[in-house]
Design a protein around this ligand. Structure first.
Ligand SMILES: *Cc1c(COP(=O)(O)O)cnc(C)c1O
Length: 245
């Protein structure tokens, strides 16, 4: 794949993007939702900055990364492009300062300690406010269940409150990945319906928190049917990633 010429790579990405756009169009039509309610966020993790550049030339406006070590140099190389950068990976507090240099939004806010670290660093940096999404772990309803990433549903309201109250942070909505274990394992549609319930509860106290980030290459249709506003698509646009992640 890396020995494709840039023109060949551009052609491949154009085809893949068209196929993903067609899936999003069809899912919106099936759900009776206007197409402009759903934003495509292309997850560029593990792929080079040259791909991010090609994607921007094809009209992609939103890209996501999940590891600061990879994302920081890539974002710097692509600093001239009109892209909105989303951070979607587990975020350690010692990476917050670096992530804030390029991320417009963090989808993976899952604990109070991270809220405090993000807030302190945004204030210190003097940048405009940071959009935050609460990542919900749907493996179990309470924190007693095993969570790989994400706050339990029972913790979401307090965390949303903390983000909304934190200087420099803006509560934009909620995010989830379809869980591999627990009551929703293997049923992305029911998982995303549960996320939609949680999102609407959050909006009762925070009406501006309208983002629902859900759906990946394998389950974007289920996510759109359940009301997702942002789908995060990697593989279907860029190709299968070599192992890991
Ligand atoms: C990698 C990743 C995606 C994209 O997954 P694909 O299956 O490649 O589309 C979406 N969301 C998160 C949080 C990811 O880490």
């Amino acid at each position: 794949m890396t020995d494709l010429t840039s023109a060949e790579r551009l052609g491949r990405l154009r085809e893949n993007l068209a196929a993903v756009e067609a899936r999003i169009d069809a899912a919106c039509a099936a759900a009776g939702r206007p197409r402009d309610e759903v934003t495509l966020v292309v997850v560029t993790k593990t792929y080079p900055a040259s791909d991010t550049r090609l994607l921007a030339s094809l009209g992609v406006t939103d890209v996501a990364e999940n590891r600061d070590q990879d994302a920081a140099p890539k974002a710097e190389e692509c600093g001239d492009l009109p892209l909105s950068w989303h951070f979607v990976g587990q975020l350690q507090t010692n990476k917050v300062r670096s992530v804030l240099r390029y991320a417009d939004r963090v989808h993976s806010v899952d604990r109070h300690k991270l809220v405090d670290a993000l807030s302190a660093e945004v204030v210190k940096s003097g940048r405009a406010d940071l959009g935050c999404l609460i990542q919900v772990g749907l493996e179990s309803e309470t924190p007693e269940g095993a969570h790989r990433g994400g706050a339990a549903p029972s913790e979401v309201e307090a965390l949303a409150e903390a983000v909304a109250a934190a200087p420099g942070l803006r509560l934009d909505g909620v995010m989830a990945v379809a869980p591999l274990v627990g009551p929703y394992a293997g049923d992305a549609r029911r998982a995303f319906d549960r996320l939609a319930e949680i999102a609407s509860r959050v909006r009762e106290s925070h009406p501006a928190a309208t983002m629902v980030s859900a759906g990946m290459s394998g389950d974007l249709e289920e996510a759109i049917a359940a009301g997702a506003t942002h789908v995060r698509i990697g593989t279907a646009v860029l190709g299968a990633r070599p192992t890991l992640r």
